[in-house]
Design a protein. Structure first.
Length: 703
């Protein structure tokens, strides 16, 4: 049975579910109106009911966030259909949304609609630059969203919406600690007051955490995060929202282990000096004005200041000469920084049955990068890297990254139950490269300027079959310009790279059935990429980035909540994904061709299943199973990771202002890997944490 036939059968099954449920839903609606009333902002940059949105979008509510008491964002987003975020320790991570588990620049991470990082400077770890303590809700838009957000929004867009100030004085104070050395203090305060200049609301939210001695060697870290939000209601028509966010992370980098050490001593680390030190500051101010019931505008200005200093474990390598190891080792220390100055203007107008949104944006982001070569010393018996010595400055360059864009989106209510949505965006991206060193094969190319131009269209519809059921379909195109690091690596000639483009089509159904006891979504998608940047090995055994790839990503995403019984408020939550990720064209050298192979780190199936019960109104108990299927570790499809299943237990008791919670993560003490890789004919594993106990206390003032 071929894949296209299987997808056709799944599509028919979805439509059958819709039509077989239609009569039931209509009868229900006669007694009481049910609606898919969730409001989302990511699909249009404005508040919109989800049943007017032809997109695969999910929302994690504030209740979900508060009850989960997550110490890692993946513990929340992994309960969303089609999303898998792995935990590399100390808030480091990789993501899989309609893509393999990857470090590629195929995701957009936003804070209140403003990208956490500029184009061309993607970091797969960027979510450690988000303060989860200051987040009200999380919206996840799966598939390309480039018509509104520009490049990189390919696999998905995750928008973190900050907490608004409270109307009355409130405060929170919490402490938590785990059996594996993790400790954390949370605090927050908020209030709203009136002045002669309007109504002002203030909220501060923050936490400080550290990880000390634990099951893993060389794995200490500390983080401090704070978010300050000021809402100024000048009048009923005009509001201003100001946000300041600061995140600092200092973390050891444990690296990975070979297969033997992973199986016998998972807490072992070859590293003793590798680390990452991150400072990320963001400021934004958004003014919104309601001209009339049909017209409104918003203007957002923002500033980013980000620096990352590293001695990373992933750059340590065995020196090779004439195809053979020399017995010596090398590495690099790196420094990367950027400052951003941005503006986004948007206006929306409703004319009869058509709502039109138009906007423009400009982002200027000067970036700086330095790389130093280091000699690494290793104990041949223990395999531990014991120290290093600076050798020479390899790279020292600046790149001024500029991104300007115009965009438009139209929502046409063609029938009372049928919406057509079309949008397009045009981006101008330029890199102005300034090499501070004398150009060479080691220090990089001469100064240059490079430009990219790309249009990103989108077209979709949503049919509200009943107030409790939607069917939608969406076609969209996205793109990814070459990263600064790909263009300006250690080559005397800058590679002639162009944008990678992706075409996506998806179709889905959202529904509420059984008197609102069953709330679910099913989505089918097919995403095709071309001109993807891959590492190509030349005959002289040197590598360079090239546009050599075509890939296919297709599958089905399922999610839902079933209220099993009103007795004790019992619920069952499911999220899952079945997908195929294939190289259609991939020739990484003149003698290797992986076309037709499955991409590595691409589990065909993954998902979560959670059971919740409230024996008494103040107590929530839950049991969660997280499943990740097997996947190939290498491009040749000769080495496989067998997957894993993890069980987590949680309890949360809240009585008036007091709250106590406990968690047992990895209850069965499963031995598994968070990520795998394969190079130089050797598999490497990133070990996951063993069974871990966590206990927390929190007091809510004024609630």
């Amino acid at each position: 049975m071929n894949t296209q036939f299987r997808l056709s059968v799944l599509t028919a099954a979805c439509l059958s579910i819709s039509y077989s449920s239609l009569a039931f839903a209509e009868n229900t609606a006669n007694n009481e109106t049910k609606t898919l009333s969730t409001i989302v902002v990511t699909a249009s940059r404005e508040g919109e009911s989800i049943n007017n949105t032809p997109a695969a979008i999910s929302k994690i509510s504030n209740t979900d966030i508060e009850e989960k008491h997550a110490t890692f964002i993946g513990q929340l987003v992994n309960q969303t259909p089609g999303v898998l975020m792995n935990d590399l320790g100390n808030e480091q991570h990789m993501m899989s949304i309609r893509q393999p588990i990857t470090t590629a620049a195929v995701y957009q991470y936003l804070e209140d609609g403003v990208s956490v990082r500029p184009v061309g400077v993607f970091n797969h770890n960027a979510l450690y630059e988000v303060n989860l303590a200051g987040i009200e809700s999380i919206e996840i838009l799966r598939g390309p969203a480039s018509s509104l957000y520009g490049s990189n929004a390919i696999g998905g867009t995750i928008n973190f919406l900050t907490k608004a100030p409270s109307l009355t004085p409130t405060a929170d104070l919490g402490i938590s600690a785990s059996s594996e050395g993790y400790r954390r203090v949370d605090l927050g305060a908020s209030n709203t007051f009136n002045t002669n200049f309007g109504e002002h609301g203030l909220r501060i939210s923050g936490y400080a955490s550290d990880r000390g001695d634990s099951w893993q060697d060389h794995a200490e870290s500390n983080k401090q995060s704070v978010t300050l939000r000021h809402d100024w209601r000048i009048s009923d028509a005009t509001q201003i929202k100001n946000i300041v966010s600061y995140n600092h992370l200092k973390a050891d980098m444990t690296g990975s282990l070979n297969k033997d050490d992973f199986n016998k001593r998972a807490g072992y680390s070859y590293q003793t000096f590798t680390y990452r030190d991150v400072d990320a500051t963001r400021l934004s101010s958004q003014m919104s004005h309601q001209w009339s019931d049909e017209q409104q505008s918003q203007a957002t200005i923002y500033y980013r200041d980000n620096s990352t200093e590293q001695n990373p474990s992933y750059t340590i390598r065995t020196d090779i000469k004439n195809g053979k190891p020399t017995g010596t080792y090398s590495g690099q220390t790196t420094y990367n920084a950027f400052q951003s100055y941005g503006l986004n203007l948007q206006h929306s107008a409703t004319l009869d049955q058509v709502k039109l949104i138009v906007g423009l944006m400009a982002d200027h982001s000067p970036t700086q990068a330095k790389t130093n070569d280091i000699e690494i010393f290793r104990d041949p018996n223990t395999l531990v890297y014991t120290g290093f010595k600076q050798r020479q400055l390899l790279r020292d360059f600046n790149v001024d990254v500029n991104n300007q864009a115009i965009y438009a989106q139209a929502n046409w209510q063609i029938l009372p139950t049928l919406n057509l949505v079309g949008g397009a965006r045009y981006d101008w991206i330029s890199y102005d490269y300034d090499n501070k060193l004398t150009p060479s094969t080691v220090t990089g190319a001469p100064d240059e300027k490079r430009n990219f131009h790309k249009a990103s269209p989108q077209l979709g519809f949503v049919w509200n079959i009943t107030p409790a059921m939607d069917i939608y379909s969406n076609w969209s195109q996205g793109f990814v310009p070459p990263e600064v690091s790909s263009l300006y690596g250690a080559n005397l000639v800058t590679p002639n790279l162009k944008e990678a483009t992706f075409n996506n089509i998806d179709a889905g159904v959202r529904f509420k059935l059984l008197d609102d006891h069953l709330d679910g979504e099913i989505t089918l998608y097919r995403l095709q990429g071309k001109d993807e940047v891959m590492s190509y090995t030349k005959p002289d055994n040197t590598r360079e980035p090239r546009n050599t790839g075509k890939t296919l990503h297709q599958g089905i995403e399922i999610g839902g909540t079933w209220k099993i019984s009103d007795l004790y408020d019992q619920r069952l939550k499911l999220s899952g994904s079945w997908a195929e990720h294939e190289y259609k064209e991939f020739q990484p050298s003149s003698v290797l061709d992986y076309s037709g192979n499955t991409m590595p780190s691409a589990p065909k199936t993954f998902g979560t299943l959670e059971y919740q019960i409230r024996p008494i109104p103040e107590l929530l108990l839950s049991a969660e199973g997280v499943y990740v299927g097997s996947y190939w570790m290498n491009d040749a499809n000769t080495e496989k990771y067998n997957g894993h299943t993890v069980l987590n237990l949680r309890a949360n008791y809240r009585k008036n202002a007091y709250e106590i919670y406990g968690q047992v993560l990895n209850v069965t003490d499963e031995h598994y890997s968070e990520s795998t890789s394969y190079s130089n004919n050797q598999a490497s594993y990133t070990p996951a944490a063993p069974r871990t106990y966590l206990l927390g206390l929190r007091y809510h003032f004024g609630k």
